[in-house]
Design a protein around this ligand. Structure first.
Ligand code: ZN
Length: 308
């Protein structure tokens, strides 16, 4: 029997792309609903200055609440050492550090070169050793499949960077299609190359659905052994560069695909679709995406027994 881990990133990747700020109590109700549906890993926010992302100003409170949910791995994004220190203090189980494979994107996004970001990962890993040895560190290679500023990103750069961040102390390194440029052949090729380089430390596939290839790219990653998938309920966030397109892969559609294939996700689809209600209550009028919630579950569709 095959299993995958669905890592919900809506409260971070989704909310950071939305102009409005969701109230803390609404975020907590939404996270509760995801947890009740069986989601067992949630990126609940990011430790960035509130000036830059006011949507994340309450991250400490949201983490505190998420930590009360049994069996949940509470994740947060941290861009630097300062964020990591705050995340460790807040008690998260896992942090994810975005490290851009595109030299141009790295400078534009965090004002650091890729080499400087690798050094940051090394410092964060050292701090983890001192303050919170139990916390897992993922360094996600962003813009791994292409970059809106630089254009194509050499595959050699991605493989090199994945090896660098793991050598710097990251427990795993996944690949992110930050700008929705990946295609399935590329996903297969690049994950294979990264796995050949860092083996079991190969982490999640983080796919965006900007051009409608999100699910195809996830399936391609699955075919070459990836078992952790980032996705966002309702594909929240959209993409400012592609009006009408959803942002992250839609969790509901991803869970439906896997469950229909007989691949266990541990997530109850009915309850997952119901988790859209607290999301919409917290962000009234915000567009959400997803074909499965719209079409409904097929007649006679049954899920395997839920994992515990
Ligand atoms: Zn993303």
């Amino acid at each position: 029997m095959s299993e995958v881990l669905i890592s919900e990133v809506g409260p971070r990747d989704g909310l950071q792309s939305v102009q409005r700020t969701m109230a803390t109590a609404d975020k907590c109700r939404w996270i509760d609903a995801l947890h009740a549906a069986g989601v067992r890993e949630i990126e609940v926010g990011s430790f960035v200055p509130a000036k830059l992302l006011p949507q994340m100003a309450d991250v400490v409170e949201v983490v505190r609440h998420a930590l009360t949910l049994p069996g949940l791995t509470v994740m947060a994004l941290v861009p630097n050492l300062r964020g990591a220190r705050a995340a460790f203090a807040a008690g998260v189980h896992k942090i994810t550090i975005p490290v851009s494979a595109s030299a141009a994107h790295s400078l534009a996004n965090v004002r650091k070169t890729r080499e400087q970001m690798v050094a940051e990962v090394r410092e964060i890993a050292a701090l983890r050793g001192e303050l919170a040895p139990q916390v897992k560190i993922e360094a996600g290679i962003s813009t791994a499949f292409g970059c809106t500023i630089q254009g194509p990103v050499p595959e050699d750069d991605v493989v090199w960077l994945a090896a660098q961040v793991v050598a710097a102390g990251a427990d795993e390194s996944g690949l992110s299609d930050t700008t929705g440029m990946a295609n399935p052949a590329q996903v297969r090729r690049l994950f294979n190359r990264v796995r050949a380089e860092i083996g079991e430390r190969t982490g999640a596939a983080h796919m965006h659905n900007t051009r409608g290839l999100g699910l195809a790219n996830c399936l391609a990653a699955y075919d070459v052994g990836v078992r952790t998938f980032d996705s966002s309920l309702g594909g929240l966030g959209g993409c400012p560069y592609a009006p009408g397109a959803s942002g992250n892969v839609v969790t509901e559609d991803l869970v439906f695909m896997f469950e229909a294939m007989g691949v266990r996700t541990g997530v109850d689809l009915g309850q997952l679709i119901a988790a859209r209600a607290p999301l919409l209550a917290g962000l009234p009028g915000e567009p959400v995406y997803g074909m499965t919630p719209e079409a409904g579950l097929p007649r006679g569709f049954t899920q395997g027994a839920l994992l515990v």
